[in-house]
Design a protein. Structure first.
Lengths: 286, 138
C-alpha cells in the first residue's frame, strides 16, 4: 500500500482538505450589523420620524435583516452592512423632509396670523389717526365757526348801532334827539340806543372809545363848547354806569367847529348837533 | 460506518476515502469556474439613474460628499466589469445607487429645513416690527 502513487494521492488529499474546509468555515454575523440594527431601532422609536417614512423604513428593515444573516464571505457581509446603514440614513432624511413639510402648514399659519395681526393693528392705528385728525379738523372748524359767528355778530351789532367804519375806527353818531335843547341830560329814550352800545363795548373789552360832543353854531362859541363837553360827559357817565371801564373812555367837547352839514338850514343844524362815539379798531379783531 | 460503506460500494471500487474527497474537491472547483460571469447591467443603470435624480435635486449644493462617493463607486463598478470582477462590480453599483439616493434624501431634507427656517425668520421679523410699531405709538 505504501507505493509512490498512494503517497501522492495522500499528499493531494491532505493539501486540499483544509482548503475545502476553509471555504465552508463557520458563517459569522457581519461586523457592524448590530450597530445598524440599533440605529434602525432608534429611528423606529422616534415618535416624530417613525410614521413619516414608512416605505423607506421598511426597506431599511429588510436591509438590516439581510445584513444580520451570518455570512461566510466577509466582503459580502461588509457590503450588506453598508447597504443597510445607507438605507437607514435615507429613511431618516426622508422622514425629516416629511416632518419639515408637515411643520410648514403650522408655520405658514403662524406667519399668516402674524401678518393679519400686524395689518389689523396697522388698520387700527390708521383708524385712530384718522379719528384724531377728524377731531382736530372738527375743532378747527368749530374755531372757524366761532370766529365767523363772532364776525357776523359784530357786523350785525355795528349795523344796529348805525356805526360807520372810518379810518379812525367805528363811528356811531348819536343825534340830538337824545338831549333836550340846551340841556346835557340824556332823555329817557336814549337808554335803548346807548344800552346797545354799552353791551357792544362790554363784548369787546379791548376796544377804547372816544366820545366827542358837537353843536350847531347857534349861541356863543364858549357856550357851545361847554355844552358839547357836558353832553359828551353824560354819555360817558352812562356808559360807565353800564359797566364799561372808565379808563377805556375819553370825553371831548368839540363845540361848533366840526360841522358835518351847513348851519343855514334847520335840518343842517340838526345834523350838526350830535355826539360821535369813535370805537378804535383793534389789530387783533380786524 | 454502514453509510460510508454504501458510498464506497456505489463508487464500485476498493478506493480509499481520501480519493473520494479529492474527487469532490476537484468537482467543486470546476463548478465554480464553469459559471460565465455576467456584468451587473441592471444595477449599473439603477445607480446611474439615482445619480441623475440627485443631480436634478441640486444635491451637489447640499450633499456633495455623498454624490461624489456615488460617482466614484459607479466608476469603480465599471472598472470592475472591465476586469470581469462581476460580483465586486454589482456590489459597487448597488453602493453607488444608495449613495446617490442618500445624497438626494439629504438634499431634500436640507432644502425643506431651509424653507421652514426662512418662514420662521420672516414671522419673527413681522412680530418684532409689529411690537416696535405699537411701542412707538403707545
Amino acid at each position: 500500500m505504501n507505493t509512490p502513487i498512494y503517497r501522492f494521492k495522500k499528499l493531494i488529499a491532505i493539501t486540499l482538505t483544509p482548503v475545502i474546509f476553509a471555504a465552508c468555515s463557520t458563517p459569522i454575523k457581519p461586523e457592524g450589523a448590530d450597530m445598524a440594527r440599533s440605529k434602525l431601532i432608534q429611528l423606529q422609536s422616534d415618535p416624530q420620524l417613525a410614521s413619516r417614512a414608512p416605505v423607506a423604513i421598511q426597506e431599511a428593515e429588510l436591509a438590516v435583516r439581510a445584513a444580520e444573516v451570518p455570512q461566510e464571505d466577509v466582503g459580502l457581509g461588509k457590503h450588506l452592512v453598508f447597504m443597510a446603514d445607507r438605507k437607514i440614513d435615507i429613511a431618516t432624511y426622508q422622514a425629516h423632509s416629511r416632518l419639515s413639510e408637515d411643520q410648514r402648514k403650522m408655520l405658514s399659519e403662524q406667519r399668516d396670523n402674524a401678518r393679519l395681526d400686524s395689518r389689523t393693528r396697522e388698520a387700527d392705528r390708521a383708524h385712530s389717526d384718522a379719528t384724531a385728525a377728524r377731531r382736530e379738523a372738527n375743532l378747527a372748524n368749530m374755531d372757524t365757526e366761532i370766529a365767523l359767528q363772532q364776525a357776523a355778530d359784530l357786523q350785525r351789532q355795528i349795523a344796529e348801532l348805525n356805526a360807520k367804519a372810518t379810518d379812525r375806527g367805528l363811528v356811531v353818531t348819536l343825534g340830538d334827539l337824545l338831549f333836550d335843547t340846551g340841556k346835557a341830560t340824556l332823555k329817557g329814550g336814549a337808554a335803548g340806543h346807548l344800552g346797545k352800545l354799552a353791551a357792544f363795548l362790554n363784548q369787546y373789552p379791548d376796544r377804547t372809545v372816544m366820545i366827542e360832543g358837537h353843536t350847531d353854531n347857534v349861541g356863543s362859541e364858549d357856550y357851545n363848547l361847554g355844552l358839547s363837553q357836558r353832553r359828551a360827559n353824560s354819555v360817558m357817565t352812562y356808559l360807565v354806569s353800564q359797566g364799561v371801564a372808565s379808563n377805556r373812555l375819553a370825553a371831548y367837547g368839540k363845540g361848533e367847529n366840526f360841522a358835518i352839514s351847513d348851519n343855514e338850514s334847520a335840518s343842517g343844524r340838526q345834523q350838526n348837533r350830535r355826539v360821535e362815539i369813535i370805537i378804535a379798531n383793534t389789530a387783533a379783531r380786524q | 460506518m454502514t453509510h460510508r460503506l454504501t458510498i464506497m460500494k456505489v463508487m464500485g471500487t476498493h478506493r480509499s476515502p481520501l480519493q473520494l474527497i479529492t474527487a469532490v474537491a476537484i468537482l467543486f472547483s470546476l463548478v465554480a469556474c464553469a459559471t460565465v460571469p455576467q456584468p451587473p447591467n441592471q444595477e449599473l443603470a439603477a445607480a446611474e439613474m439615482a445619480i441623475n435624480s440627485a443631480d436634478q435635486a441640486r444635491a451637489v449644493d447640499y450633499a456633495s460628499a455623498e454624490l461624489h462617493e456615488a460617482r466614484t463607486k459607479l466608476a469603480a463598478a465599471r472598472a470592475a466589469v472591465q476586469q470581469e470582477k462581476m460580483i465586486l462590480a454589482q456590489q459597487l453599483a448597488e453602493q453607488s445607487r444608495v449613495d446617490a439616493e442618500l445624497a438626494l434624501a439629504k438634499a431634500e431634507a436640507t432644502k425643506a429645513k431651509a424653507i421652514n427656517d426662512e418662514m420662521l425668520k420672516s414671522t419673527d421679523v413681522m412680530k418684532q416690527e409689529m411690537q416696535r410699531n405699537t411701542g412707538d405709538k403707545q
